[in-house]
Write a protein that binds this ligand. Sequence first.
Ligand SMILES: *[C@@H]1O[C@H](CO)[C@@H](O)[C@H](O)[C@H]1NC(C)=O
Ligand SMILES: *[C@@H]1O[C@H](CO)[C@@H](O)[C@H](O)[C@H]1NC(C)=O
Ligand SMILES: *[C@@H]1O[C@H](CO)[C@@H](O)[C@H](O)[C@H]1NC(C)=O
Length: 272
Amino acid sequence: MAFSMALATGLFFVSLVAAQSNTPFCDSASGICFQGYTDPELDITIGLVLPDPPTDEFIVQMVAPATYGYTGLSVGGTMADSLLFTLWPNGDDIVLGTRWTSGYVLPEVYTGPQITLLPGSGVNSTYIQATFRCQNCTTWTDGSLGSGDQGGFQLIAYVAQTTTPPDDPADVGSTIIEHNDFDFFGMNLTQAQSTQYSSYVAGGSASTTSAPTTTSLPSSTPAPPSSTSSASGATQTEWGQCGGQGWTGPTTCAAGLTCVGVSPPYYSQCQA
Ligand SMILES: *[C@@H]1O[C@H](CO)[C@@H](O)[C@H](O)[C@H]1NC(C)=O
Ligand SMILES: *[C@@H]1O[C@H](CO)[C@@H](O)[C@H](O)[C@H]1NC(C)=O
Ligand SMILES: *[C@@H]1O[C@H](CO)[C@@H](O)[C@H](O)[C@H]1NC(C)=O
C-alpha cells in the first residue's frame, strides 16, 4: 500500500495556510505550557515542550476530533526516516503508538521510545487527546530532533485519516489506510525548552504504547494559538513558507533570509 504526503488535497492545504509557526498555550488538565499550533480546518492541536537544557526526551500533546480514524504526527517533519506517532480511539480508550518507515509505505511499529501518558489523556464525546512524555525520543533511525540541534528549527508534520478507522483499533500495530489530509508548522525548538519540565513529568502515570489506558477528559479547552498568513507579492518573514508544489504566496524572503527546501518538493521556508 502506497502512502504519500503528495496528495492533491494536502498540497492544496499547504498552499492555503501559510507561515504557520509555533505559539505558546497552556493546558489546564496537565498544567503544562506548550509551544504548538492549532490547525483551524483540521481541528488538530499539536504541542511540544523540551527540557531546558535538552536531554533525550520531550512532552507532546495531540488533540483531534474523536471521529477521526486516526491522527498522526511526525517530529522529523517528513513521513520517511522520522519518529512518527499514531493516535486513535478504541471505545473510550486511546491507542497511542510509535512508528517509523524509510519510505512512503505503511509505517511499522517502532520500538525504543518510552511513552508515559500524562493527565488529561483520553477520549470524550468530541475529542481524543494524548499528553505524553517520550523518553529516548530525540534520535531515531536515520534522524533526530532539530537535525541534532535541539535549539534549532524543526518542521512538525501532522496527518489525519478523517473517516476510516484502523482495521483493528484495539491493536497499536494495526494496519491503517493512508491519511487523507496533512499539514505542517515550524517549531523554534529554543522556544519549546522549559525550565518547568521536571515538574511537568512528576505527575505522570506509567503506560506503554501497546497497553492503552482509559482516562476521562476534563472539560478544559486549550487556548488556540493564532496563525499568521502572508499575502502574495510581499516578501516572506522568517519561518514563513516561500515555495513548494502548489504554493502561490511569496517566494522571496525578507532581507537576510534564505528560502530553504525543508520538505522538498512540497515545502520551502525562509530561514536565517
Ligand atoms: C532507544 O531507542 C532506540 C531506537 O531509536 C533503540 O534502539 C534503543 O534500544 C533505545 N534505548 C533504550 C535504552 O531503550
Ligand atoms: C528562536 O527563539 C529564540 C528565543 O525566543 C530566539 O532568540 C531565536 O532568535 C529564535 N530562533 C530563530 C532562528 O528565530
Ligand atoms: C473534550 O476534550 C477536549 C480536549 O481536552 C476539551 O477541549 C473539551 O472541552 C472536552 N469536551 C467535553 C464535553 O468534556
